[in-house]
Design a protein around this ligand. Structure first.
Ligand SMILES: *Cc1c(COP(=O)(O)O)cnc(C)c1O
Length: 425
C-alpha cells in the first residue's frame, strides 16, 4: 500500500487561514509542521507565532514599571478607521512654512515642566547618557564615585558607556565611602565633568558616605546627574495629595538642577510615566552642545514618540498628572482597590488579599506600595497569559494573585473573566 502522502504545504497553510496571519507566515508554520512529521501541529505553530507578536497585555503583577511589559502604561493614540490619515508638524514651522528644530515642542515643554533652560529628547535614558558624555567629554576625563559605577540592567554599565563615548573614566573614593576631597584631588586640566549616577536599583547601607550634590556643583566643574527615573519634582505638585511616602529619597530633575547640576538625564518611561525616551535637561549651552553632536541625530525619536512625550509634559504642566495612567495607578487608594478586588473576586470566586505593589523599572528597590489583589489556589499563570488580552499575574506558594494596582479599572471585568475561565479549565 502506498504511504499516505503528506498534504501540500500550500493546502495545509490555507486550512489554517483562520489563525489570521499573513499567508507567508502560515506557510512557514505548515512547512515546519510537515518537516517535523506532524502536519496536525501546523495550527499550534501558527498560533504560537501569532501569540509572539507585539500586542497589548494586562499587567496584574503589581509592578508598575515592568521592564518586560514596556514600563509605563500608555494609551495608544486614537485613530478610528474612516478618519483621514495625516502627517505631523514635527519639523515644519506653520508660521513661516520653513523647517524648524525638533526641540520646539515636546523638549521645550519638558524643560518647562522640569524647571530647565532647555531639554532634548532622545531614544532612551541610555542614549541620553551616551550623547552627553560624547558631546561634552570625548577625549577628556569624567570623574565618577566608585559607589556609582553601576549596571542598570539590560547591559547598561556606566564604565562601558563611558568608554564607548570616548571619555576617560577617573574613579574616586571607594564602593561605600566617597568624600569631597576625593573629587577635589581628581580635578585637573583634563576634567570635562563630574558624573553623578543614581544607583536606582540597589542601596548601599551601613558605613557609607557620599557627597551632597550642592557641594559637588560648588567645585567649578560641570556636574551631570543621571537621575534615571524621571521624577520631575520631589514635591509632586501634580498630585493632589503631594508625594506618596514610597517616593521618599528619589532624586528629582528640578531639585537636581536647582542644586547646580549643569544637566540631568532621565528615562521617559520610568516615573515620568511617558513613552520610551531619554531626556537631557539643563543649561541651554550644554543642551545645545549635545544637540550639535552627530550621535544626537542617530538616537532621535520619531514623531509618534515626540507626540506622546508632549502629551506627558502637558499633563504635568496642567498640574494633574493623574491623567497619566502611571500616576493614576500609583496613587489609587487602598480602599478603592479593595472595592475593585471584591468585584473581581465575586466574578471568579477568589479571595481578596492585601498585597505589596512596587514601582519597578529598577527604581526604589525594597520600597513597597500597599495594594490589594485577588488570590486563587493553584498556578494559573499560563492560562491567564493565553487569555485574550493576555493577563500577567504573580504566582507564589502555588497560588495565583492578580494585583489590581497595575490594572486599569476598565480591565477589572476582563481580569475577573480570565480568572473564572482559568479556574473552570
Ligand atoms: C534606567 C536608567 C538608565 C537607562 O535608561 P533607559 O531608559 O532604560 O535606557 C540610566 N541611568 C539610570 C540611573 C537609570 O535608572
Amino acid at each position: 500500500m502506498a504511504a499516505l502522502r503528506p498534504p501540500s504545504v500550500d493546502v495545509l497553510a490555507r486550512s489554517i487561514a483562520d489563525v489570521g496571519l499573513p499567508h507567508p507566515l502560515l506557510v512557514d508554520a505548515a512547512r515546519a509542521a510537515i518537516a517535523g512529521g506532524d502536519p496536525a501541529s501546523a495550527r499550534d505553530r501558527a498560533q504560537a507565532t501569532a501569540a509572539g507578536l507585539l500586542g497589548e497585555v494586562i499587567n496584574a503583577t503589581g509592578v508598575l514599571l515592568h521592564t518586560n511589559m514596556g514600563r509605563a502604561p500608555r494609551r495608544p493614540p486614537v485613530s478610528s478607521p474612516g478618519t483621514a490619515v495625516r502627517y505631523s508638524n514635527v519639523e515644519i514651522d506653520l508660521d513661516t512654512g520653513r523647517r524648524r528644530s525638533r526641540s520646539g515642542h515636546a523638549a521645550a515643554l519638558l524643560a518647562r515642566a522640569a524647571g530647565a533652560e532647555a531639554a532634548m529628547v532622545v531614544n532612551n535614558g541610555a542614549s541620553a547618557v551616551l550623547v552627553v558624555l560624547a558631546a561634552l567629554a570625548a577625549g577628556r576625563q569624567v570623574i565618577v564615585s566608585r559607589g556609582e559605577l553601576v549596571e542598570i540592567g539590560g547591559g547598561f554599565r556606566i564604565p562601558e558607556v563611558l568608554a564607548a563615548s570616548g571619555a576617560t573614566l577617573v574613579e574616586v573614593g571607594t564602593t561605600n565611602r566617597t568624600r569631597l576631597s576625593d573629587f577635589q584631588a581628581a580635578i585637573g586640566p583634563d576634567t570635562a565633568l563630574i558624573l553623578v549616577v543614581h544607583p536606582s536599583n540597589y542601596r548601599i547601607t551601613g558605613f557609607t558616605k557620599s557627597v551632597p550634590l550642592d557641594a559637588l556643583t560648588a567645585l567649578g566643574v560641570p556636574v551631570v546627574s543621571d537621575i534615571g527615573s524621571g521624577l520631575l519634582d520631589d514635591r509632586c505638585p501634580w498630585l493632589p495629595g503631594g508625594p506618596p511616602t514610597w517616593l521618599a529619597g528619589e532624586p528629582a530633575a528640578r531639585q537636581t538642577l536647582a542644586a547646580g547640576a549643569g544637566l540631568v538625564t532621565f528615562s521617559g518611561d520610568k516615573l515620568l510615566g511617558g513613552p520610551q525616551a531619554g531626556i537631557i535637561a539643563g543649561s541651554g549651552d550644554l543642551v545645545a552642545r549635545c544637540e550639535r553632536h552627530p550621535l544626537s541625530r542617530a538616537v532621535r525619536p520619531g514623531g509618534m514618540i515626540l507626540a506622546d512625550a508632549q502629551r506627558t509634559a502637558l499633563a504635568y504642566l496642567d498640574g494633574d498628572a493623574t491623567t497619566l495612567p502611571l500616576w493614576a495607578m500609583a496613587t489609587a487608594t487602598v480602599e478603592g482597590l479593595r472595592a475593585r478586588a471584591e468585584a473581581v473576586a465575586a466574578t471568579c470566586g477568589g479571595a481578596v488579599v492585601d498585597t505589596e505593589a512596587v514601582a519597578g523599572g529598577g527604581s526604589l528597590p525594597g520600597r513597597g506600595i500597599p495594594s490589594v489583589g485577588v488570590r486563587v489556589a493553584g498556578d494559573h499563570a499560563r492560562a491567564l497569559r493565553s487569555w485574550e488580552p493576555p493577563v500577567v499575574a504573580r504566582v507564589r506558594d502555588s497560588a495565583t494573585t492578580t494585583d489590581l494596582r497595575s490594572v486599569d479599572p476598565a480591565d477589572d471585568e476582563v481580569v475577573g473573566n480570565a480568572l473564572a475561565a482559568a479556574l473552570r479549565a
